[in-house]
Design a protein around this ligand. Structure first.
Ligand code: PMP
Length: 409
């Protein structure tokens, strides 16, 4: 158990937003799976960029443009290290996970998926890892197959193995589920997919803030993440793709930056990674993403993992003490996300009452409506923890839930 060390206090000082009262009560922020808070270093990186080097990248001969380009490209290198990609050509900046998955569905899908081919996703996917594949499958007359989960909210690996076949073109799976906290056995899934020649896209939106990513060790073909879930800015993220596959893919959006030469007769495309980065990019976002990775590296994965595990264990223990509270998602391998139902109370009512007590949780379907249908519920309450959360905050949630229970039942 780490939980209340001076290191946590030092970390919390870097998040001024946490040090405030809402509804007359000190804020407890347990909605980190939706978006994390931002440390001063990330906020400062955005401010410094606009104060000192704001300029467009890759184009100008003037000094400011060079400085902005250097900072932008330095971020790409830091992102490459963060996911352990072989080359910066494999790091495509995007708006986030949603855009990254759409990019693959569009550029890989429209080139390599044809009539009768199969794409496998799972029952626990976020809408952003369902809808792009539905659109693609409808257009290409391909088939979308859904891998089921077991009663603990884990992927049913036997059923997954039965679904996979020579017809499978792509498997697109969430690494860590935002609604259940389940950590999927990504390496095994990738191995099985590769055995039949299928490619694998990993949705690492929730994994990126919680554990070290290593695309070479995983051997995934694509991986997406969103900066805002890992202490970085909104509207920023990346798509990792293996260079040889990205080379073969069609451009996603067309315009400036992604071209080599344009004439009215013919256009040639820029090299990777610029081929997939049409238009002026989110320059301050990329620079702030670097700051968020620096922040994570400074704390260190060992500490983050240890602290989050302690929060998950303590949170699970306390919430389980509440009579009538049911935890939804009890995977053996789980991240610091606890979805639950408080008796028959509607999650929305629980969320509003907790909000009145200064406690921010998420309620609803968490952009996983099909999963909620599978579970036979409308939604859940979800408390999701980050490294800056504390044992005392979990105690506040526990007490808040007891009070909510009295009011609602
Ligand atoms: N996948 C998962 C598992 C997520 O949790 C989210 C965000 N809730 C997304 C995809 C979409 O991410 P974004 O909205 O940042 O594009």
């Amino acid at each position: 158990m780490v939980l209340t060390t001076t290191k946590i206090e030092t970390i919390r000082k870097q998040f001024p937003i946490l040090n405030q009262e809402l509804n007359g009560k000190p804020l407890v922020y347990f909605d980190n799976a939706a978006t994390s808070q931002k440390p001063l270093s990330v906020i400062k990186a955005i401010e410094d960029y606009y104060k000192t080097i704001n300029s467009n990248v890759h184009r100008g001969v003037h000094q400011l443009s060079q400085l902005a380009t250097d900072a932008f490209e330095e971020s790409r290198e830091v992102c490459r290290e963060f996911v352990n990609a072989k080359s910066i050509k494999e790091i495509n900046f995007t708006k986030g996970t949603t855009e990254s998955i759409n990019l693959v569905a569009y550029s890989f899908g429209r080139k390599f998926v044809s009539k009768g081919d199969e794409i496998i996703i799972s029952e626990m996917e976020h809408h952003s890892n369902i809808v792009p594949w539905q659109i693609l499958c409808e257009e290409r007359e391909a088939v979308l197959k859904i891998a089921p989960i077991n009663s603990k909210g884990e992927l049913d690996m036997e059923a997954f193995e039965n679904l996979i076949s020579a017809k499978t073109k792509l498997v697109s799976i969430v690494f860590i589920s935002n609604s259940l906290g389940t950590i999927n056995p990504a390496k095994r899934i990738i191995e099985l997919a590769h055995n039949v020649g299928a490619k694998v896209m990993l949705d690492a939106a929730q994994a990126a803030p919680h554990q070290k990513l290593d695309v070479q060790d995983l051997d995934c073909d694509f991986l997406s993440l969103s900066a805002h879930k890992m202490f970085g800015p909104t509207g920023m993220g990346l798509l990792y793709g293996k260079e040889e596959i990205l080379e073969e893919m069609l451009p996603y959006q067309a315009g400036g930056e992604m071209i080599k030469e344009v004439s009215f007769e013919k256009t040639t495309y820029n090299e990777l990674p610029f081929k997939f980065e049409a238009g002026t990019p989110n320059i301050s976002g990329a620079i702030a993403l670097k700051a968020s990775i620096d922040f994570i590296n400074e704390i260190g994965w060992d500490f983050i993992e240890q602290q989050e595990k302690a929060l998950l264990d303590y949170g699970t223990e306390r919430l389980t003490e509440i009579e009538g509270l049911k935890i939804i998602g009890t995977a053996d391998n789980k991240a610091s996300v606890i979805s639950f139902l408080l008796g028959d109370a509607h999650p929305f009512d629980v969320g509003v009452l907790l909000d009145n007590m200064g406690i921010a949780i998420r309620t609803g379907h968490h952009c996983c409506q099909p999963l909620m249908n599978v579970l036979g519920i409308e939604g859940t309450c979800r408390a999701s923890f980050a490294v800056y959360n504390t044992k005392e905050e979990i105690d506040r949630l526990y007490e808040g839930l007891l009070r909510a229970q009295k009011m609602l039942m």
